[in-house]
Design a binder for this molecule. Structure first.
Ligand code: NAD
Length: 267
């Protein structure tokens, strides 16, 4: 028996780095999947690679459009007869600081990362309740735990962290658990491929106490745990998955600085 046997799981932003890793991992553990994204062609490719058409449904969806949520929830109901897990994984960057913020990009980022996740919970939670209870995982970021150069992204991910707490209280009586995860730098995602600025990327990597970036599979394993009944007493929690950056990044960098000052005879 797989760890997710019999579970029906909806993943948004499923054709991106983490979504693909989750789709493979969850399917291998026995789940049925509804995979959605803006990019239908990429979803079709993913569905082909997964090789289990009887347990995989795909749908084009913009998470910031409420009617798209209605269609996707209807699909879960008609195709698989219910829903146990929602992974609010879709996300976008605005790549602008406060001083250069264009309101349209600010609005889009909040609409996708924050409003999209709220709409997902609004529409999915009642179906999860009616299916016997389950779990919602909101993919925030270390940008939801501290400062980040991208102002709208930071605000949206902090908002999602707070919304997760509210949702955990609101949906507890429905036996729907809600938790947030907070990835740091994750390789093999469009965030780090498209946004590749080698100096920046390398500086982030070297500042991670565990001395490596994360992988989509690292995140998939954490989401799998939160999606499964193994985490049945965990709700309203936030889990950093960042190689120790949030907890100990400052101490780690201070140690490095101290060593470099000593070798330069500054101390
Ligand atoms: N990659 C990282 O380093 C990193 C770090 C922290 C948090 N995150 C978060 O992880 C989540 C997954 O991202 P990823 O790392 O796989 O990056 P990714 O860019 O590879 O995947 C994101 C996916 O979201 C989809 N998407 C964007 N806007 C959408 C919309 N309006 N409606 C539906 N789908 C939409 C994209 O098409 C893409 O497939 C995101 O929420 C992101 O903010 C990523």
């Amino acid at each position: 028996m797989g760890r997710l046997a019999g579970k029906i799981i909806l993943i948004t932003g499923a054709s991106g780095g983490q979504g693909i890793a989750e789709a493979h991992a969850f399917l291998a553990e026995g789940a049925s999947l509804i995979l959605t994204d803006l990019r239908l062609a990429a979803l079709e490719e993913l569905a082909k690679a997964l090789r289990h058409p009887e347990r995989v449904a795909i749908a084009e969806q913009n998470v910031s459009h409420e009617p798209d949520w209605e269609s996707v929830i209807a699909l879960a109901r008609t195709r698989f007869g219910g829903l146990h897990v929602l992974v609010n994984n879709a996300g976008t960057l605005s790549r602008q600081n406060i001083a250069r913020s264009e309101v349209s990009r600010w609005d889009t980022t909040l609409a996708v990362n924050l409003t999209g996740a709220m709409l997902g919970m609004k529409h999915a939670a009642p179906l999860i309740r009616d299916s016997g209870g389950g779990s919602i995982v909101n993919v925030s970021s270390t940008a939801g735990l501290g400062a980040h150069y991208d102002a709208a992204y930071t605000a949206s991910k902090w908002g999602l962290r707070g919304l997760t707490k509210t949702a955990s209280a609101e949906f507890a009586e429905w036996n729907v658990r809600v938790n947030s995860i907070h990835p740091g730098q994750i390789d093999d995602t469009s965030f780090f491929r498209d946004g590749e600025r080698s100096g920046f990327t390398e500086a982030v990597r070297r500042s991670i106490p565990l001395q490596r970036s994360g992988t989509p599979l690292d995140c998939a394993k954490l989401v799998l745990f939160l999606a499964s009944d193994e985490s049945s007493f965990i709700t309203g929690a936030e889990i950093a998955i960042d190689g120790g950056s949030t907890a100990g990044g400052l101490l780690f960098l201070r140690g490095k600085l101290q060593n470099s000052l000593a070798s330069d005879n500054f101390s």
